[in-house]
Design a protein around this ligand. Structure first.
Ligand SMILES: NC(=O)c1ccc[n+]([C@@H]2O[C@H](COP(=O)([O-])OP(=O)(O)OC[C@H]3O[C@@H](n4cnc5c(N)ncnc54)[C@H](O)[C@@H]3O)[C@@H](O)[C@H]2O)c1
Length: 326
C-alpha cells in the first residue's frame, strides 16, 4: 500500500511511520517541524529498503500540498498534523484554527484532487465530549468540545463527513484518548506521563494540579498506531468516528504512584491549585472500534509506563561527552 502521513515527525506520527514501514508499505511523510523532531524519524530514514520512505518538510496549509499528495499517489492519507496544545489554542485560537481547520480542509482538497478515498484522521476523544456525566462515553454521546482546540479537531471531523457526502471520500476518524509512550515530548507540556517521567528521572519534584483525583483514559502509543494501521487497511465501507481508548480511568495520583515505583529516589509530588478549565474525568468506550476494526488495547497501563520510563531513561541519559567537557 502507498501511504501518506501528515505530522510524520511527531510523537504518534513517527511511531505510525515505523509501523507502516514494518508492515511493508511505502510511506511519504510530511511535517512542518513546529513540534515534531526529525530525530523521531531516524529509524525510518535508515530503513534498508530504498524508496520506501520519503520525508518532505511542508505545512499542511501550503498550496503545494495538492502536488505533494498527487505526486505520491497514496491509497491512504493518515492525517495527524495539528497544533496540539490546548493552552496555545486558548491564547491564539486563530493560529489553532489555521493549522487544525484550514489545514484539514487543505488535506481534504488534496485528497479529492488526487482521488484518494481513504483518510484516517486523528480526532480528539479527550476533548470531543466535553465533560460527560456518565463514563465511559461512546460515540453516540453528543459532541460538546470546550476549547478552541477541541472545536477545531471536531470541525475537522465534520469537514471529513461533508467530503464523504460530496466526493465519495471514506474517512475514518479515530477519537484518541490520552496517548502516552516513547517519543512523547518530555520537555514540554505534552502529556502528564512524559512530564512526570522526565521530572522524576532528573530529580525534580512533580506538580500535581488540584487534589490528584482528576482521571484520564491513558492509551499506549503502540495500541494507537495499531488502530491507525487497521483503519488504513479496512474495507472502504467502514467509515465514521471510532473511540480509541481503554475505558479505564486512571487518576493523576495513580500515574505518579506507578511511575515513582520505577524511579529510585523520586520526590513526593507538590500539590498546586487546580487549573481552571481542566476536565475532572474522561474515559472512552471503544466497543465500536472492536466491532468494526477488530481493535482493542493490548498494552496494560503498568507495562506501558515501564516501556515509557525505559525510553525516557535512555533519552534523558546525560551525554558522556558533555560530562567529560564539564
Ligand atoms: N497525544 C494525544 O494524547 C492525542 C490525543 C488526541 C488526539 N491527538 C491528535 O493526534 C495527532 C498527533 O499528536 P501528537 O501527540 O503526536 O503531537 P505532536 O505535536 O508530536 O505531533 C504533531 C505533528 O504535527 C506537526 N505539525 C503541526 N502543525 C503542522 C502543520 N500545519 N503542517 C505540517 N505539520 C504540522 C508537528 O510538527 C508535529 O510533528 C494530532 O492531530 C493530535 O490532535 C493526540
Amino acid at each position: 500500500m502507498r501511504t501518506f502521513v501528515t505530522g510524520a515527525a511527531g510523537f504518534i506520527g513517527s511511531t505510525l511511520v515505523d509501523r507502516l514501514l514494518a508492515d511493508g508499505h511505502r510511506v511519504v511523510g510530511i511535517d512542518n517541524l513546529t513540534t515534531g523532531d526529525l530525530a523521531n524519524l531516524n529509524q525510518a530514514l535508515a530503513f534498508h529498503a530504498p524508496g520506501r520512505f520519503t520525508f518532505v518538510q511542508a505545512d499542511v496549509q501550503s498550496p503545494e500540498l495538492s502536488d505533494i499528495v498527487a505526486g505520491s499517489n497514496p491509497d491512504v492519507i493518515f492525517h495527524l498534523a495539528a497544533q496540539v496544545d490546548v493552552r496555545i489554542s486558548v491564547a491564539d485560537p486563530l493560529l489553532d484554527a489555521r493549522n487544525n481547520v484550514l489545514g484539514t480542509i487543505n488535506v481534504c482538497e488534496a485528497a479529492r484532487a488526487a482521488g484518494v478515498r481513504r483518510i484516517v484522521y486523528a480526532a480528539s476523544g479527550g476533548s470531543r465530549y466535553g465533560a460527560p456525566l456518565a463514563l465511559p462515553v461512546d460515540e453516540e454521546t453528543p459532541a460538546h468540545p470546550l476549547s478552541p482546540y477541541g472545536v477545531a479537531k471536531m470541525v475537522g471531523e465534520l469537514y471529513l463527513g461533508a467530503y464523504a457526502q460530496m466526493y465519495d471520500i471514506a474517512p475514518i476518524c479515530l477519537a484518541l484518548a490520552n496517548v502516552y509512550g516513547p517519543r512523547q515530548n518530555p520537555h514540554g507540556e505534552a502529556g502528564v506521563v512524559a512530564m512526570f517521567g522526565s521530572a522524576m528521572l532528573q530529580g525534580r519534584p512533580v506538580n500535581i494540579y488540584g487534589d490528584g483525583t482528576a482521571s484520564r483514559d491513558y492509551v499506549y502509543v503502540g495500541d494507537v498506531v495499531e488502530a491507525f494501521a487497521r483503519a488504513g487497511e479496512s474495507s472502504l465501507d467502514i467509515t465514521g468516528t471510532f473511540n480509541i481508548g481503554t475505558g479505564q480511568q486512571v487518576t493523576v495520583r495513580e500515574v505518579h504512584r506507578v511511575m515513582a515505583a520505577l524511579v529510585d529516589g523520586s520526590l513526593p509530588p507538590n500539590f498546586a491549585a487546580a487549573r481552571t478549565g481542566e476536565l475532572q474525568a474522561i474515559a472512552l468506550d471503544a466497543a465500536a472500534a472492536e466491532a468494526s476494526l477488530g481493535w482493542k488495547p493490548a498494552v496494560g497501563f503498568t507495562e506501558g509506563i515501564e516501556r515509557t520510563v525505559s525510553w525516557l531513561r535512555a533519552t534523558l541519559a546525560p551525554d558522556p561527552a558533555e560530562l567529560i567537557g564539564a
